[in-house]
Design a protein around this ligand. Structure first.
Ligand code: GDP
Ligand code: GDP
Length: 434
């Protein structure tokens, strides 16, 4: 597995978000609307030429205070250089080259990583002429585009995704867990509680990125690899943009994990940032367990846990079939249960269902509630198979795949969840022509 992060850096107002929205596309905007997090989207999944990658829009992280703003950009560029696979450096033809552009350029010229200079707002021929001045920044990979109309952005993407690896996950020998969450939720504390002193750090496992650190957990008959996101940070980094840095680490960890243990703080509940991490893991088809940490700090009455859980499930709907545990790392409450649940989710994600059983159960469910007809056309589902993917995905073969509506897809997904245990696991439901 590798990190497939494309970071878009540059000054405010050059058009980073516009390009980002174009890359992320409508489909995702719809998903995000459901959860109400459309406003500050900062990273998301994009597909181009059959490649899947995560786009990070750095602009979303800059706070709106003028004096810290240049420093913030500088620090984000530095983090992007260290963490991303490809960097798109965006500039604006209408302003020409500014001092800050020069400064960012000189930082980027020093990296070995691929850097693409995207000269934006080149909406017409005249601007194409003006755009030539940007060659002086010295980037071999210079592209002229208009994020607004999309012109030129295809060429840029074609080149960028050359660096992205095909996404077919290699099976790992041990389940890979990532503990993800916002700063201060207790990730390091949990890591330490699990691994303790006898931390067996394994670096450079074949097929993983060089800079990730994996530790093995092997206790009480349970075994897994922990992708360390919390541990590496604290040593050398003091002046950085902590929020942006932790987001980058979370994205990388999610990409490498089979199961994400998403930690949230019991006192604040599921915040927008937590939701973004959750949706990213979901879109990447990763297993998810939600750990509500610092449960010890909450005043509790009889129904506190029940009500809390209910609200949380509403928030993460429609993907609400996810284990939720209330833990306290400080009091060592339910930590082992978190491990067990993570392993169960790993099992669920690896589950293969026999074709005969699958058809028996699902055809019965389809008969009980057949797909509604669409403009007088009937959809007849003939059989179903599980696809040979690394996460559970099912193909329903039918006469009119295009006429199956979303709510029927949800019905089938719910039936699959009801009949087979897929708790914590995103599942794919596809319709194919037969
Ligand atoms: P960011 O701060 O870098 O994320 O910039 P935005 O994406 O928010 O864009 C800033 C402004 O530039 C907005 O008003 C956009 O509509 C505009 N803009 C973005 N891309 C283009 C483009 O290709 N051509 C033109 N003419 N305007 C653009
Ligand atoms: P990280 O930034 O996510 O790695 O968070 P840390 O593990 O560094 O924890 C942040 C702070 O929360 C530390 O002061 C911990 O002692 C505290 N903390 C962690 N877990 C718990 C918990 O279950 N209960 C309480 N009360 N404090 C906790």
């Amino acid at each position: 597995m590798s990190n497939n992060i494309v970071a878009v850096v540059g000054r405010p107002n050059v058009g980073k978000s516009t390009l980002y929205n174009r890359l992320i596309g409508e489909r995702q905007a719809i998903i995000d609307d459901i959860s109400g997090v459309t406003r500050d989207r900062q990273y998301g999944t994009s597909y181009w030429n059959g490649k899947t990658f995560t786009v990070v829009d750095t602009g979303g992280f800059v706070k709106h205070s003028e004096d810290i703003f240049e420093a913030a950009i500088r620090s984000q560029v530095q983090i992007a250089i260290e963490e991303a696979r490809v960097i798109v450096f965006m500039v604006d033809v209408t302003t020409g080259i500014t001092d800050l552009d020069e400064e960012v350029a000189s930082m980027l010229r020093r990296t070995e990583k691929p850097v693409y200079l995207a000269v934006n707002k080149v909406d017409n021929h005249n601007r194409m002429m003006e755009a030539n001045e940007f060659w002086s920044l010295g980037f071999e990979n210079t592209y002229f585009l208009s994020s607004l109309t999309g012109s030129g952005s295809g060429d840029l993407l074609d080149a960028v995704v050359e660096h992205i690896e095909e996404k077919e996950e290699e099976p790992s020998q041990l389940p890979r867990f990532a503990i993800v969450g916002q700063p201060n939720v207790g990730k390091s504390s949990l890591t330490n509680a699990l691994l303790g002193e006898d931390r067996n750090i394994v670096t450079d496992i074949a097929g993983t990125t060089r800079d990730s650190i994996h530790s093995t957990y092997a206790k009480f008959d349970k075994e897994f690899l922990l992708i360390d996101t919390a541990g590496i940070r604290k040593k050398s980094r003091v002046h950085e943009d902590l929020e942006f840095y932790s987001v980058m680490r979370a994205i990388k960890a999610i990409e490498e994990a089979d199961v994400c243990l998403l930690m949230i703080d019991a006192q604040t509940g599921m915040e927008t940032q937590d939701m973004s991490i959750f949706r990213l893991a979901q879109r990447r088809n990763k297993g998810i367990v939600i750990l509500v940490n610092k449960w010890d700090l909450l005043e509790k009455e009889t129904n506190t846990a029940r009500d809390y859980e209910k609200e949380l499930r509403n928030r993460i709907a429609p993907f609400s079939d996810v284990p939720i545990l209330f833990i306290s790392v400080a009091d060592k409450q339910r930590i082992f249960q978190a491990v067990e649940t993570g392993l169960e989710v790993y099992e669920n994600r690896s589950r293969k269902i026999k074709t005969s059983t699958l058809n028996e159960v699902m055809l019965e469910a389809i008969e009980r509630y057949p797909p509604p007809s669409h403009r007088g056309r009937f959809v007849k589902i003939k059989y179903v198979t599980q696809l040979p993917t690394y996460y559970p995905a099912f193909a329903f073969f039918c006469n009119n795949p295009k006429h199956v509506k979303d709510n029927y897809r949800h019905y089938l997904e719910n039936q699959l969840r009801k009949k087979f245990n897929f708790s914590g696991v995103p599942i794919g439901v596809f319709f194919r022509k037969k």
